[in-house]
Design a binder for this molecule. Structure first.
Ligand code: IMP
Length: 194
């Protein structure tokens, strides 16, 4: 029984080279963000909006650290080619269920890298006239930023490396690691930036 469990864990972690941010540090930071956001949004009944799927874990943890009433909605975007992504093209495959006109919207992100995806989504949301629109990202990768975007709440600045875990995937794997990690060189194909 214990051996089976160990084997399963090994299967998940064998591609990992190094833990960059341990689980305890993430949970500490998420609870700080939750406290700050609860203070800042008191009495404003904010709507948290996340993009599936990467934000799943952060959204769930953050919501449980927020002590004021809040509503939640999600959008989903298509996975896109590197070329399309570089042009800032994003296709919504699931739109919001909630109208956001006049609402205080906090956009919750897993990671901001070039900023192209976020920029597209923020423009889209702005055109619906929310009362306010701010961004909270758990991870920020500032090294390849192409568009300067105001990030009101940031969990961690990351080095210029490709990371997985806590929602972030490599080819749809590793999202369920409770920490953030680097992949072994042999796990990665050459066209992914590490
Ligand atoms: P951006 O448009 O360049 O800001 O890219 C944001 C998207 O790229 C994220 O939502 C992730 O899907 C992906 N991404 C960027 N860096 C990483 C990483 O280090 N690990 C996993 N996904 C990443």
């Amino acid at each position: 029984m214990i051996n089976n469990e160990n084997n399963r864990q090994q299967e998940l972690t064998q591609g990992i080279s190094e833990v960059l941010i341990p689980e305890e540090s993430i949970s500490q930071r998420v609870s700080e963000l939750g406290a700050t956001i609860s203070r800042d949004y008191e009495g404003r009944n904010p709507l948290f909006i996340g993009v599936l799927k990467g934000v799943l874990f952060f959204m769930a943890d953050l919501l449980r650290q927020v002590t004021i009433p809040v509503e939640v909605d999600f959008i989903a975007i298509s996975s896109y080619s590197l070329e399309a992504r570089n042009k800032g093209f994003v296709r919504l495959v699931k739109d919001l269920d909630t109208p956001i006109t006049g609402r205080h919207v906090l956009f919750i992100e897993d990671v901001v890298d070039t900023g192209l995806t976020l920029n597209y989504l923020l423009q889209n949301l702005k055109s619906r006239f929310p009362a306010s629109l701010d961004v909270c990202t758990i991870f920020n990768k500032p090294h390849h930023r192409l568009i300067d975007l105001p990030l009101k709440y940031v969990g961690f600045d990351l080095p210029d490396r490709f990371v997985v875990g806590y929602g972030l995937d490599y080819r749809e794997r590793y999202r369920n690691l409770p920490y953030v990690a680097l992949l072994k060189a042999q796990t990665i194909t050459p066209n992914i930036r590490t």
